[in-house]
Design a protein around this ligand. Structure first.
Ligand code: HEM
Length: 403
């Protein structure tokens, strides 16, 4: 007798579209999530499929359809960023708002995170990257995630909200509890981050910093012609914590892992520093990180499927960037792709507001670190594995280098 109940599939879903792919927990994801996603893309029975995993939701399997969904917030709301929706989390501004509300909160950030500010962040990144490498360079081996790619964006986040980088390690601990802990740990980490943000906001109200984002939002930010409320300042701060740390860590780790596994790549990038931006762009495509989620605002028919209000969709940037209809030989890293219109930073109104900052961090770190770790390679015998979850990233990066 089979005691396993068949997963429930809602009546409005065509049985021909049903799969059981779990983009959060599938066991093959820890070996090579990109190969696994490529298998799903190849096996998809249609451009939009229904998976029975995670309580049941849609997965969009083609680049063009993902772009369409991300650009149609009137049908695809950003009100939940998790599948299934998570209760009790702080509202993320502007990520969980839809236009026109979203636009008011987003445009303030564009002013502070646009290209003009990048000179400042470039200089800070170079300084922080060198300080982190100073601490390990003579060891000739390290887990590069512990040594560099985790603390780097954390330190920059601290500077961005106007706090001392002395607290980086403490913050890394909170971040791990928040992203990887169980419910109790997550709640405790959230409480600590909230406490830190409250302290920072109180301090910056009376002691504004010259460059930090929090001082800017407090003293210059306006929504509907009013100063930004305390509650909204907290939401902004919390989103920066969530959006700008693991994403950069993941991409930066992928860059160093790729280089460490392919002899000659480091030398080529050093000999031709002008190729670093193209390299970073191709890594943003090939090793995309984020799986944005959208929720149907109403019942509608779309690309051959019947959608019901509150159905959830994964609009994966990984799937979009590995779609062979958009990128030939998508698993290959090809820095000379003629058109690299990747979706690594998403698309539509929520396209990453930190994209300039992320690119600056990635390029400046590579430029500073590659000359300091000659003959960078994976430590003999080490196996690279990925942490399963909705955001893709390596679990560790054990490397060695020469004097
Ligand atoms: C390589 C690093 C990064 C990647 C791959 C990345 C990717 C993304 C993606 C795909 C989205 C869209 C999410 C959606 O549509 O729901 C997004 C949004 C966002 N990102 Fe990034 N991000 C990165 C770095 C950063 C950094 C450094 C910051 C910090 C300033 C940041 C802040 C944000 C914010 C605030 C949003 C929400 C924007 C909105 O809702 O209008 N990101 N990011």
């Amino acid at each position: 007798m089979n005691l396993t109940a068949a997963p429930h599939v809602p009546d409005h879903v065509d049985p021909a579209l049903v799969v059981d792919w779990d983009y959060q927990r599938d066991e093959k994801l820890s070996q090579d999530p990109y190969a696994r996603y490529a298998e799903w893309i190849a096996a998809a029975p249609a451009e939009v499929v229904w998976t029975t995993a995670n309580g049941g939701h849609w997965m969009i399997m083609r680049n063009a359809a993902i772009v369409d969904a991300l650009q149609s917030p009137e049908l695809f709301s950003s009100k939940h960023t998790a599948i299934p929706p998570r209760a009790g989390s702080i509202k993320l501004i502007p990520e969980e708002l839809d236009p026109p509300e979203h636009t008011k909160y987003r445009s303030i950030l564009n002013r502070r995170l646009g290209p003009k500010m990048m000179k400042f962040f470039d200089a800070r990144t170079r300084h922080l990257a060198n300080a982190l490498i100073d601490a390990v360079q003579t060891d000739r081996e390290a887990d590069l995630m512990d040594a560099l790619t985790i603390p780097m964006p954390c330190s920059l986040f601290l500077e961005m909200v106007g706090l001392s980088t002395d607290r980086t390690r403490e913050f890394v601990g909170w971040k791990d509890e928040l992203f990887k802990g169980g419910d109790a740990e997550r709640a405790a980490a959230q409480a600590k981050i909230v406490g830190m943000l409250e302290e920072t906001i109180a301090d910056k109200r009376v002691n504004p910093g010259e460059f930090d984002l929090m001082s800017f939002l407090i003293h210059e930010g306006r929504v509907d012609d009013k100063p930004i409320s305390q509650e909204d300042l907290m939401s902004y701060g919390f989103l920066f914590f969530i959006a700008g740390l693991d994403t950069v860590t993941s991409l930066m780790t992928s860059c160093f892992a790729y280089i460490a596994q392919r002899p000659g790549t480091q030398e080529r990038l050093l000999a031709e520093p002008r190729s670093i931006p193209d390299f970073v762009e191709e890594m943003l495509r090939r090793y995309s990180v984020v799986n944005p989620v959208r929720t149907a605002t109403q019942d509608f028919n779309w690309r051959g499927v019947r959608v019901r209000k509150d159905d959830q969709f994964v609009c994966s940037t990984v799937i979009a960037d590995l779609d062979p209809a958009e990128f030939s030989d998508p698993l290959k890293v090809d820095v000379e792709r003629a058109e690299n219109r990747h979706l690594g930073f998403g698309g539509g109104p929520h396209r990453c507001v930190g994209s300039h900052l992320a690119r600056t961090e990635l390029m400046a770190t590579l430029q500073e670190v590659l000359p300091r770790l000659p003959n960078l390679r994976i430590k003999p015998g080490a196996q690279l594995t990925y942490t399963p979850g909705s955001l893709l990233g390596l679990a560790s990066l054990p490397v060695a280098w020469d004097d």
